[in-house]
Write a protein that binds this ligand. Structure first.
Ligand code: GLN
Length: 483
């Protein structure tokens, strides 16, 4: 069944013409049709559009121009602009917004010959940790339909875990790729800030946002990272650095690799089953010759509070553009201010409004120094401490999420508890560090994610070591119990 194959295997069989691109795309569309009424991973599926991408990919193969991902289906988070295909950010305010251009990453997917199977659900404007903040639907975890797939890229993670696509794109501001990857038992990778162009990603926290891949293997994630990264003059924060290279992906070793285990992430607030799963994985890495030591970085304890000032501050400024004038929804009101008020009142959901208010407050005269400026100072300290740790370690290791997948609705009445779940993933965004989550075991049938963080621009080495880690944990992956 083509839906079971990794992207790498699919691409090889497509290039060898053992499979046709349309046939592979159809198999994935059929699986979406079967499963997605239950899972709710997709907001938009347009089979005709998918077949246009498929025909373009087949033409590449027929012309002998196939690349490593040509013909491979991919799901795209619905905050990435796709020309001619609705891009909603799971918000009423953009419910019928159809971009006229592709995000740079989407353009690069077309160039690589990938085949878009649909746009995936998210927390509204990527603000959340459970995909419950979507204005349109809740996404369910393929491992247990009563549980959340995590968020905000929960649709992308569920789609890949449920074999509705071998690859997906997400965005990660405070953990939105890695945390859902963890809760769904797959690989999620956030590259170094700046390696992946943000052009055409609907901005949330611009100094934190980064696009990255979901896949079921490290190799697939690395190939997708290679396809989407590289300098882009349309993003002023784009690193002047080539795309992530994968040719040395398989030539790393854990022998002598220096792994620093972040003490602060394995304390009381981490579920003991997660701690045990991570410790078992660390034993397996030691057995492969890794040099594993505990390291304490107390400043990461300020990550969540700092992030929840900086991210809303940037969001409050970024979301000012949704004013009923240029994009999406317009609700008439008294005069043009009344129109903007009515539009924003009707168009934004509760969480988005809360963040706009918090962010506006943190930036306002008199409070700026006490909140936003102070948060940026703490951020700088945290980044400095982490950079210093990378003098001693190749990777910093922790759980990805302190808990396995939680029940849908379980945390909706406790927003603080939900936000605390981000404490392992936020430090990477604060310093722009590359980080990856991969599955390292199970707790009562639910996946446990292992989080690996590398130094800035150390993406290649991080992927190389992640590839070794995956090989050292052969029993740590599995397939969810689906038809
Ligand atoms: N959970 C975090 C938040 O709610 C991170 C979201 C993200 O990375 N987009 O902001």
């Amino acid at each position: 069944m083509p839906t079971r194959l990794s992207a790498t295997r699919l691409a090889a069989r497509l290039a060898a013409k053992e499979l046709g691109v349309r046939e592979v795309a159809q198999a994935h569309l059929d699986r979406i049709a079967t499963l997605d009424a239950t899972l709710g991973a997709f907001l938009t599926v347009d089979p005709d559009e998918t077949m246009r991408w498929a025909d373009a990919a087949q033409a590449k193969i027929d012309a002998g121009e196939a690349g490593p991902l040509t013909g491979v289906p991919i799901a795209i988070k619905d905050n990435l602009c796709t020309a001619g295909v609705r891009t909603t950010c799971a918000s009423r305010i953009l419910e019928s917004h159809v971009p006229i251009y592709d995000a740079t990453v989407v353009r690069r997917l077309r160039e690589a010959g990938c085949v878009m199977v649909g746009k995936t659900n998210l927390d509204e404007f990527a603000m959340g940790t459970s995909t419950e903040n979507s204005a349109f639907q809740v996404t369910r975890n393929p491992w247990d339909f009563d549980r959340s797939p995590g968020g905000s890229s929960g649709g992308s993670a569920a789609a890949v875990a449920a074999e509705m696509a071998p690859l997906a794109l997400g965005s990660d501001t405070g953990g939105s790729i890695r945390q859902p990857a963890s809760l769904c038992g797959i690989v999620g990778f956030k590259p170094t800030y700046g390696r992946c162009s943000r052009y055409g990603l609907v901005a949330f926290g611009s100094s934190l946002d980064q696009i990255g891949p979901f896949a079921r293997t490290v190799e697939d994630a690395a190939l997708l990272a290679e396809a989407i990264t590289g300098h882009d003059r349309r993003d002023s924060t784009s690193a002047n650095h080539p795309a992530i290279a994968t040719q040395a992906l398989k030539s790393g070793t854990l022998r002598g690799a220096r792994l620093g285990v972040l003490k602060e992430t394995l304390g009381e607030s981490t579920d003991p089953r997660v701690t045990q799963g991570v410790e078992r994985a660390l034993d397996a890495l030691r057995a492969e010759g890794a040099d594993v030591h505990e390291v304490s970085i107390p400043s990461i304890g300020y990550g969540v509070t700092t992030y929840y000032i900086i991210a809303p501050a940037e969001a409050s400024s970024n979301l000012a553009r949704f004013d009923g004038v240029r994009y999406g929804l317009r609700v008439e009101g008294k005069g043009h201010i009344g129109m903007m008020e009515a539009t924003r009142a009707a168009g934004f959901g509760h969480e988005v409004k809360a963040r706009i208010m918090i962010g506006t407050y943190a930036l306002s005269a008199g409070y700026y120094d006490a909140f936003y400026l102070r948060a940026q100072q703490v951020r700088a300290l945290m980044r400095r401490d982490l950079e210093a740790a990378f003098q001693d370690f190749d990777l910093l290791v922790s759980p990805t999420s302190p808990v396995p997948a939680f029940k849908i609705g379980e945390l909706t009445s406790d927003p603080l508890a939900l936000k605390m779940l981000d404490y392992c993933t936020i430090p990477a965004n604060m310093g722009g560090f590359p980080a990856l989550s991969l599955n390292c075991g199970f707790a009562d049938g639910l996946p446990i994610g292992l989080h690996l963080m590398g130094p800035v621009l150390g993406d290649e080495r991080l992927l190389q070591l992640a590839y070794c880690v995956e090989r050292a944990l052969p029993d740590a992956t599995g397939r969810p119990p689906l038809p």
